[in-house]
Design a binder for this molecule. Sequence first.
Ligand code: FCB
Length: 472
Amino acid sequence: MDEAHDLECGNVKVKQNSRNLTDVAPRVTAGSRFPEGFLWGVSTAAHQVEGGNDNNQWAAWEQAGRIKSGDRSGKACDWWNNAERDFDLAQEMGINALRLSVEWSRIEPREGRYDALAVRRYRQMLEALHQRGIQPMVCLHHFTHPLWFEQRGAFLGGGAADLFGRFVRHVVSALGDLCQHWVTFNEPNVYATLGYVLGEFPPGRRGQILTAVALVNALARAHTQAYRAIHELQPQAQVGWAHNFVVFQPARPGARRDRWVTGLVNELFNESFLRLIELGKLVFPLSLASGDLTEVKGACDFVGLNVYSRFHVAFDARIASQMFARVFVPPHVPQGDHGVEQPYGEAYPAAIRVAVERVARIGKPIYVLENGVPDADDRIRPWLIVNVVQELDRLIQAGQDIRGYFHWTLTDNFEWSEGWKLRFGLVALDPKTQQRTVRNSGRLYGAIARGNCISPEMVNQYFPAGIELTPD
Ligand code: FCB
């Protein structure tokens, strides 16, 4: 499989008259074998899969009716009782890594009180993964934390970094023999933006841009404290965080105001946490809102990237609360299923390249820790996977140090403010019956993982005929 093959992907229906679609027209080129030990993983998060989580701020948010679809996470994928059923599926597919998170509200249900049974269950899960030849990667904060911590002001409250650090020490002491790779925080930028600017995540504030910046700073401090604590306990550990990276593009590239507002959104969303890690400070004038953050500089062993979409950005004088930025998805671009109120985003495989080239400046290994598309009918997920894997291949050939790719997600799960409306799984789930059905994209991804490469044969076998890239 060392020589490159070209395959015309003739069975993909592409609107020939659409400029945007011909830009992404899938000419499938199979590349070389991936490096030995490359991780082909899937990503999950505790609240989205475990079920029965009722002691964190997301459970309260659900109870308050704040999920757009009105759904509750309920049993989710029932992992607290039977994660092993999905681990079996992952093993059958040939996946060799799985990212999961531990639920702080289970491990420390009341301040300073730890639940040994909860820790034991996580040990069982990690052991079950190892038994199946699957390497775990553990995230310590994936959007949720205990109600008692939320009531103290969460990460903006006094002593937050110490409280989080104490929890991290507890977890790493208990699970460190079963895990080498730790993700401190999932997507500080998403938590800050959706929680304090757009109001879609708890605590549901809108337009509080300075508070969002303060939260990013606080999370960077807590991350750094956790990074140090993990290394004290486990010197060989690999510690990073998961950074959500969105490609923002000026809606009218010739319009200066669109370009200006796109730069602003990019700076706040994509750049702020990255700059703290890279330089230990934000750019002016955001630097005015942060104190001395030099301790944050260089505090990671790898960068985790969560990359999904591209959005267009237009200046709109009516929305000062969102920095005058109208962020939208134009029609006729490849996209998955719509959320309750708006499109999820443009499915844009080249986003991986933009993101990798940016974070490579930090000079650390890179793991793609999330990438996927909401797609209940598996219309475009195979297309996305093929194009993204080829993008990764080209980047690695060009010398980028990418160590793994984790697809979001293994089994359809509870999708935060969209509830059960969006289906991201390689495996379809009926949450009522808990019945699972492996999607075609799951078979395709499994073949790639098992082969540690992508070949024209795999693409032929699993790429469905008549993929429709546009919604209708
Ligand atoms: C990411 C989240 C993950 C999941 C995917 C679709 O932003 O980290 O939990 O919701 O989006």
